[in-house]
Design a protein around this ligand. Structure first.
Ligand code: GTP
Ligand code: MG
Length: 370
């Protein structure tokens, strides 16, 4: 199972690359998010460096000169690891670790690590472990083991140390075994869903930290954990509500999305996310105070299409309106939208009225003969 290891705090330097048409400010904003991820994973950020370059260097991702510069920065700032805002190839990671003599982490491994720490139920642990193994498989080399053992911490969790010592074939066997378990899990969920067929299924989706769980709690009077942190929720929670609705309505709160979500995670969380694809209505929750609101909405739509949920009707919820001054919804493509504050509980009753009206239509549909 997933192991997590107590370690000395990582002191990390964040690195981003501005390639081709990417503006420096965009990379800077992306590093802000990377910084929040790093902090969520328990690291301390001690510095950042952006390089402008037409394309990544195949051997080191960044230019060789910047590698030397980073080495100096590590010494000056007392850092012990470098976190890259992109996915590194196994070769780039190895070369960088060798040159820098420090731990090299990329965005996918950082996200996987946060997931590993947060996974609570056997289902989410299984899904995270599979994603970690899939990610690790092409990276199984002597060099990686050496550094993972030496530095521990981020990236050394889960199938870290011990499993890195077993050969690729064993990892593949393990992957096959986990996949089988996941198929079983998928079947169990499908049976559960069948039982809920007549209910009106509402799923809350959106970028991480948008306030999905806070809104879920308001709508269902539940008490799931909320926090100003990325990926607080990993497991889906569902609540059936009957009072106030013409038919039973089932709400589900689930994992949030993020830019550059490792595809291994999307793959292995498919059975959890199936609930989203099978829903009758999506509440797409967005943080109206976030300067990158439009990008976050686009990113969420992208993940929704990856999991086959684009055909599910959705309502846009612009949340945290208590903190936004003069907010105007960005989309003019005819989406139904609501401006709410899940925290201050404003705008909730009209949202509930909309859900009730949609569930009434659903009830009429399912009870009328074909
Ligand atoms: N000001 C303000 N803050 C809010 C509102 N809704 C949620 N928050 C805060 O936003 C933070 C994230 O809320 P969550 O409900 O945990 O967000 P989430 O979308 O479930 O996040 P993950 O599960 O991590 O993906 C918390 O600190 C909430 O208190 C709101 O309407 N106004
Ligand atoms: Mg949540």
């Amino acid at each position: 199972m997933i192991e997590t290891k107590k370690i000395e705090k990582e002191k990390a330097i964040l690195v981003g690359l501005a390639v081709r048409s990417t503006r420096r400010e965009e990379v800077d904003e992306s590093l802000d998010e990377l910084s929040a991820l790093a902090v969520s994973a328990g690291a301390k950020v001690v510095g950042r460096r952006i390089q402008v370059r037409p394309r990544p260097n195949p051997a080191f991702y960044i230019g060789k000169g910047v590698v030397s510069e980073l080495k100096e920065m590590l010494g000056d700032l007392g850092g012990n690891s470098i976190i890259f805002d992109d996915s590194l190839s196994p070769a780039q990671q190895r070369n960088l670790e060798k040159e820098l003599d420090a731990k090299v982490i990329d965005r996918p491994i950082l996200i996987l690590d946060i997931f590993a720490t947060r996974a609570r139920t056997s289902a989410s642990r299984l899904q995270v472990e599979l994603a970690q193994l899939e990610y690790t498989l092409p990276r199984l080399t002597g060099a990686w083991q050496h550094f993972s053992r030496q530095y521990g911490g981020i990236g050394a969790k889960g199938p870290g140390e011990t499993q890195l010592e077993i050969d690729r074939r064993q990892v593949r066997t393990k992957i096959a075994h986990l996949k089988k378990k996941l198929v079983k899990l998928g079947k169990d969920r499908a049976t559960q869903r069948k039982r809920r067929e007549r209910l009106f299924k509402v799923a809350l989706v959106g970028y991480t930290n948008a306030g999905k769980s806070t809104l879920f709690n308001v709508l269902t009077k539940a008490n799931v954990r909320t926090a100003n942190m990325l990926f607080t929720t990993l497991d889906s929670t569902t609540r059936v509500m009957s009072t106030g609705y013409p038919c039973q309505v089932i709400f589900s709160d689930t994992v949030g999305f993020i830019k550059k979500l490792p595809h291994q995670l999307v793959e292995s969380f498919k059975s959890t996310l199936e609930e989203v694809a099978q829903a009758d209505l999506l509440l797409h929750v967005a943080d109206s105070t976030d300067p990158k609101l439009d990008q976050h909405i686009a990113q969420t739509r992208k993940v929704l299409s990856e999991i086959g949920a684009t055909k599910v009707p959705y309502i846009m919820i612009y949340n945290k309106i208590d903190n936004a001054d003069e907010f105007h919804p960005l989309n003019d493509n005819g989406d139904t939208s609501f401006l709410v504050s899940a925290l201050a509980k404003t705008g909730i009753s009209s949202l509930q009225a909309e859900i009730i009206s949609r569930s009434t239509k659903h009830m009429v549909q399912i009870s009328s003969p074909l």
